[in-house]
Design a binder for this molecule. Sequence first.
Ligand SMILES: Nc1ncnc2c1ncn2[C@@H]1O[C@H](COP(=O)(O)OP(=O)(O)OP(=O)(O)O)[C@@H](O)[C@H]1O
Ligand SMILES: [Mg+2]
Length: 297
Amino acid sequence: MLHEELKKQLDQQGLSESTPPSSITEWGLLLEKVSKHYEEGQNDQLLAKKSFQIASEELQAFNAKMFDSARLASLGEVAGGVAHEINNPLAILLFANESIEMELAEENPDIKQVNKFCQDISREIFRIKSIINALTDSARDGSLDAPSLYHLGEVMEECLKLYQTKTRTNDVALDIQNNIPEKNLAECNKVQIMQIFINLLNNSLDAVIPLKDRERWIKIILDYHESEYVISINDCGDSISPDLHAKIFNPFFTTKEVGQGTGLGLSLVARLLSNHRGTIELCPDSPSTKFIVRLPN
Ligand SMILES: Nc1ncnc2c1ncn2[C@@H]1O[C@H](COP(=O)(O)OP(=O)(O)OP(=O)(O)O)[C@@H](O)[C@H]1O
Ligand SMILES: [Mg+2]
């Protein structure tokens, strides 16, 4: 294991570590220690450089694992809601099926009516299929997928399918305004774009659902101008206080109760966006919480 090699090197340098670092902070401290030694030139520089390189590799592997857990955690949040999303169409399927059976038991069944129920069944099966597709698409580790062309408005619509019941049962008005022309397709990794949208939507829902003193809403606007996609996700929560603006993008920063949030959602979003040369910012002059995502074409 890399850590063993690093430990041996550090022991030789008198920078001994008794246990492998287990958090990003501990890794940071170890890296700082090694690089300080390196800078001070107290020891063989090549050896110190190697230790530094090994520690960086371990840190990268640790980071990848950590963000993978964050990706799965954000999906866990929506997966629970999907069972409800599917219950509705299932109830319609059951009703349509029973109605067909009853109609066919008649002496002169009304074939037009039977046809109509058959169409209902096809439509609802399609609805269930598209909900399951959205979930399985977004749950994949798409990091190795080759980028392809997608309409970002359609990708967002696909994500919203996972939230219909949650927003309805919590009285949250979910509004989407898609101003991206049909012909404008973005070259992107769809799975990662879905994970970006899902994390932002989870955050907005977590913020607005507890609000009892106002109408609850989330507004999404997708625009395209000057070779750039601009997507704003705005919710009715009060704007985030300025002293938290920089902190919220830090890994592990959360204001949620212990066990409620990992604090990795926004850093995962920033990381996935940087894979697309995109950015995310919090709109500082909005009276409500508004995140702006920019993706170059
Ligand atoms: N829409 C929002 N409204 C209010 N605060 C927000 C919003 N989005 C993010 N935040 C703040 O930013 C913090 C960090 O968000 P982030 O998504 O990184 O982690 P989290 O949501 O706390 O945890 P997790 O994403 O694992 O559920 C949140 O705890 C919250 O304080
Ligand atoms: Mg979050």
